[in-house]
Design a protein around this ligand. Sequence first.
Ligand SMILES: [Zn+2]
Length: 587
Amino acid sequence: MSLIPDDVIEQVREAADIVGIIGEHVELKRTGSDFRAPCPFHGGTHRNFAVIPRKGMFYCFVCHAGGDVFTFFMKKLGMDYPTAVREVARRAGITIPERGPTGPDPREPLYGAVAAAADWFARQLRESPEAQVARDYLTTRHLDLETVQPLGLGYAPRSKAFLDAMKGLGVRDEVLLEAGLLARREDGTLAPRFRGRLLFPIHDVRARVVGFGGRILGEGEPKYLNSPDTPIFHKGKLLYNLHVAKHAMRKAERAILVEGYFDVLRLSLAGIEEVVAPLGTGLTPEQAQLVKHHAPHVILLYDSDEPGLRATFRAGDELLREGLRVSVATLPAGEDPDTLGQKKGVAGLEEILKDAVDVLERKIQILDRKGFFGTLPGRRRALDRLLPTIRAAKDPITRELYLSRAAEAAGVRKDVLEREAGMRDAASGMRPSPTAHPASPISHPALPASAEKAVVLLMLEGEPWKSRVAEAVDPEELEFPPYRAVFESVADDAVLALDDTSARAYELLKAEGLGGRDPNEMYERAVNWLEARRLERQMERLDDQLPFETPDRQASLLAEKRRVFDELRKRYPRYKIAKRRRGAPGT
Ligand SMILES: [Zn+2]
């Protein structure tokens, strides 16, 4: 076995004629947009075996064999993954570079363990009496078992049956631990990570299951629990449903970004296939890049309440930074894509998507409705809210259009606005606008605006700020390496020890200064924000621990979590709203 590059595998999959290939083994008959045949795996006589070309997958409704074109060869002819890819490539006329000196992928056992677990969880959902609670839950969401089976949904029972089942299949505990399917309790015993949950399998771009998102059924916390990061599962670098959606994204030349697993399901069942979701967190730069690989335009379809809008604009800026075109679709108040899809069907969803407006335009609409443009101070504040989006726009034409539009809306001269957008760019290391001073020949790190930056700027103001900040903030709290380096060096009076990159950051920050901002206010806000983030992390750690503990210990952890939560809510009410948003996908 050898490692074939992902993009080559992608190219092969795109080129593969799944209907033609499977059609060599069974007699396929068209039914609508899919094809049906007697199943070649369990040898039935009825046409229970479906090939779904628009998803690039097959599924048997009787024996539940399913997968993509590569999986077909693996299951039918017993090939390993690279051999299956080479075989499909040969038929599609694609040359794959010859096997290099690499050995087998050391992560292979993890893929195997997660795949075995996914099959077992899916069988529990279909057959286990205990899973009635999950089947009933799906019914309340107007989803029947038949519909969700090909998507691989599963159920994780409350008992330890998972441990025995995996033992029976010969999957070792250490592998299950590394794959994030088991956790070790404080007393050293092992417990399944997922218990009493409806499971959504999460695939990588090669359509291999690499982890799960689990929704609790009944009482319990947290509502959604994901696999932890493992060598094959990276929460911030995967998008739910991308392995299926990417084909449709190419064709439709757009991606629809939603917040939760159920939103994805609803749109995809309505026949809108180009839909993906982040895994219960805000959109990361890596995820924005993933989208960009498959489509030039993104429509954000989030809830329309305050937290939903904040999440929308955060994701919007992230996507603009990748040079994508970004629109915002607006749902009626109180609806999410899932509920709207249930009520109005595909026509209702398409209508909403059709009315999507550009992300900057949407911001202007909202500010306008709140009366921001009516007064002079209001216009100033409106511009402060528009500037991040203008600065985020990496595409030069988009940025030009944004500058004109924002200048018009706020009634300021475009060149003034352009200078303001450009000035901070230069200071923060982003691409300067044509009117800003020429970029320095020395490469320097990007210095994003953040609470971390604010505390460093205050340190650089000298006393009394230096002492106050050093007292309140632990350098460990700073995540961005240049800020942390500058912070530590100033605190230790060791600026000359900085490396080139950090020294450049130091110079830029020193030159930027406070820019007329009130240091008291900056201090207050930044320190509060860092403190709130620390509390949030503490809650996340408790969440991670919770599912594996005994009921007694769970009760005390929950009490601890409530205490932290109350403190967070009391002291930092605004931070809490953003946090709740990110913690509750698809509710
Ligand atoms: Zn079958």
